[in-house]
Design a protein around this ligand. Structure first.
Ligand SMILES: NC(=O)C1=CN([C@@H]2O[C@H](COP(=O)(O)OP(=O)(O)OC[C@H]3O[C@@H](n4cnc5c(N)ncnc54)[C@H](O)[C@@H]3O)[C@@H](O)[C@H]2O)C=CC1
Ligand SMILES: O=C(O)[C@@H](O)CS(=O)(=O)O
Ligand SMILES: [Zn+2]
Length: 436
């Protein structure tokens, strides 16, 4: 490849460092050993929260009255799109059955997990959309019990719009708890809640690391840490739109990378010129986030042709990948590594973030190389079954006995032997391990 970095990041997104791992592991251990009291103590320490851990029903009811009708309509619009998209995905999950041998049947089916814990981030921004994405999808999948948690604001708790959304989407219980203490409370079944079988949702590096460390004891959706976004643009792209699309996602936080990949030097230079002015138009905190993200993690990569651009995309595996280039079908067919793909300037990452339908909980930090984003599939276990007639069992039992014996697993072999003896008492079988 002959790519040229017109702007290169000094640092990659800060995830998975060993000090972060040690910090989060210590918090998890403290909370597991100290139970409810330890979780409450951490809520006070990190979020200044001394109110109830479980949001009481009257607070949930009150929240519904505090949300303006126009916002309710927008939340309803987004919820409807995300629910219908999840329902369409669920239809693609089909059971199957095969007669593997005459009289021997095997199949697969899908069973939703019993209890899910949905993390709704809330440190910097009030992520209403994350509540829709995680809870709605769990509900469509058929999860029996859904706990949602989010960081409480001191003296207020979880903001009313988030509480309203959590209820609308189908949360069975809501916890005033963010960060590691929120994740731990759901994983360990604190406050009388069922232990989560599955932890889902995005969050900052503490949240993502807590999920990663708990994986194995519980299922997780994926590594969904600090947001990252890539725009792929050719010479016909609108530099103003491209620059806003990069700045818009950089506001997530100081550690949210945004990358531009292009084969047009003039476009790259125009976008780089525009970025500081556009960032300065954001409100102060957002601008500070975006400025740091662009300065420390922003990259502009100049390629010689579209195939080279596609190779860069695949190598980065961005969470969001927005193509603003000719021949969108070529890109849709060619690209292999992204969380969610946005094709053309008529859509944008923020549409997917908030309201379009596809889920916004997506793999970050290159995890798109091995997984897609949150969907009903993540809440469902693909399990298999088998049954047979006696005649159908016969060749399978013979092969099983001989293979097991060759492996030295006599106990396994006997479970096959005794079936052959029971089902076919008049016959004899050669069940010795083959010598060669
Ligand atoms: N990958 C995805 O699909 C998405 C990712 N995101 C990402 O989620 C993140 C949200 O982050 P935040 O706003 O921070 O909200 P957050 O809810 O993830 O984190 C806030 C919590 O962090 C904990 N915390 C803060 N400082 C701590 C410390 N020093 N030690 C231990 N715990 C600490 C606190 O308990 C607090 O409750 C952003 O990085 C954003 O990019 C957001 C939406 C979607
Ligand atoms: O990572 C993401 O998908 C976020 O950009 C979603 S949101 O903008 O926080 O809603
Ligand atoms: Zn976003």
């Amino acid at each position: 490849m002959t790519i040229e970095y017109l702007k290169k990041a000094d640092r990659r997104a800060e995830t998975g460092q060993s000090d972060l791992q040690a910090t989060v592991q210590a918090l998890l251990t403290e909370i597991e050993q100290g139970g409810d009291a330890a979780a409450r103590a951490h809520a006070q320490k990190f979020d200044g929260w001394t109110g109830p851990a479980l949001v009481p029903q009257d607070a949930l009811d009150a929240a519904a009255h505090q949300v303006p009708d126009k916002l309710k309509a927008d939340i309803g619009f987004a919820h409807d799109n995300i629910r219908r998209f999840a329902e369409a995905q669920k239809v693609t999950i089909q059971p199957c059955e095969l007669e593997v041998q005459p009289g021997f049947f095997a199949g697969q089916k899908h069973i939703p997990v019993s209890a899910a814990g949905c993390y709704v981030p809330g440190g910097r921004y009030s992520h209403i959309a994350s509540a829709i994405m995680t809870i709605t999808t769990a509900k469509v999948a058929g999860v029996d019990h859904i706990t949602a948690c989010s960081p409480p604001k001191p003296g207020i708790g979880i903001p009313p719009a988030i509480l309203y959304t959590m209820q609308l989407c189908g949360a069975d219980a809501v916890l005033n708890m963010g960060g590691v203490q929120g994740i731990a409370s759901m994983a360990f079944g604190l406050f009388g809640l069922p232990r989560a079988d599955m932890l889902v949702g995005p969050g900052n590096q503490y949240v993502a690391e807590a999920k990663r460390l708990l994986f194995g004891r519980v299922g997780i959706d994926m590594f969904a840490g600090p947001t990252d976004s890539m725009v792929v643009a050719d010479g016909a792209a609108d530099p103003h739109l491209v620059a806003w699309d990069l700045a818009g996602q950089a506001e997530h936080g100081y550690n949210s990378p945004v990358w531009l990949v292009t084969d047009d030097r003039a476009l790259a230079e125009a976008v780089m010129r525009l970025m500081p002015t556009i960032i300065a138009e954001l409100p102060e905190t957002n601008a500070k986030n975006a400025e740091a993200a662009w300065r420390d993690h922003g990259e502009v990569i100049l390629c010689s042709d579209r195939e080279e651009m596609a190779q860069v995309c695949d190598a980065y595996g961005p969470e969001h990948l927005h193509v603003q280039a000719a021949d969108l079908d070529w890109w849709l067919g060619r690209l292999r590594s992204y969380g969610s793909l946005f094709l053309g300037e008529e859509t944008t990452v923020a549409f997917g973030d908030k309201a379009a339908g596809p889920n916004h909980v997506l793999p970050t930090s290159g995890a798109a190389r091995y997984t897609g984003g949150l969907s009903v599939h993540k809440y469902m276990k693909t399990v298999t079954w088998q049954r047979a007639t006696r005649d159908g069992a016969r060749p399978v039992a013979e092969a099983t006995a001989r293979i097991s014996r060759l492996e030295g697993m006599e106990g396994h072999a006997r479970t096959a032997d005794i079936r052959l003896a029971k089902f076919f008492p008049q016959e004899s079988f050669d069940l010795a391990a083959s010598a060669d």
